[in-house]
Write a protein that binds this ligand. Structure first.
Ligand SMILES: [Zn+2]
Length: 104
């Protein structure tokens, strides 16, 4: 399986997309995220829509964007959209930690 890291995401999506994805995640728009290799799946809110986002990561060289957004649909497999990368970031940084933050 391919280990999800920001370096890997930057290689497949590019840093501008990572920065955009960080903003999406920081805004709390990632509603679900799960990595069941090779499938990364999640849900991302964008405006009034909720996109089913994710990636199919067959290998580091074979990454398919499975997001339901227009960027993904229009550009086909070549373009990884910020939604899917935001889901990946959520998996990377949102894993249960030994010390979960207290909920207000
Ligand atoms: Zn998308």
């Amino acid at each position: 399986m391919v280990q999800l890291t920001e370096k890997f995401l930057a290689a497949v999506a590019g840093w501008p997309v990572i920065f955009e994805a960080r903003k999406i995640r920081a805004a709390g728009k990632v509603k679900a995220a799960r990595y069941d290799p090779p499938l990364l799946k999640g849900a991302v809110r964008a405006g009034s829509r909720l996109y089913a986002s994710g990636l199919r990561i067959a290998s580091p060289q074979e990454v398919e964007n499975i997001c339901s957004c227009r960027i993904s649909q229009a550009e086909g497999d070549g373009m990884i959209c910020p939604h899917s990368v935001a889901v990946a970031l959520e998996v990377i940084h949102g894993e249960p930690s030994p010390h979960p933050p207290a909920r207000p």
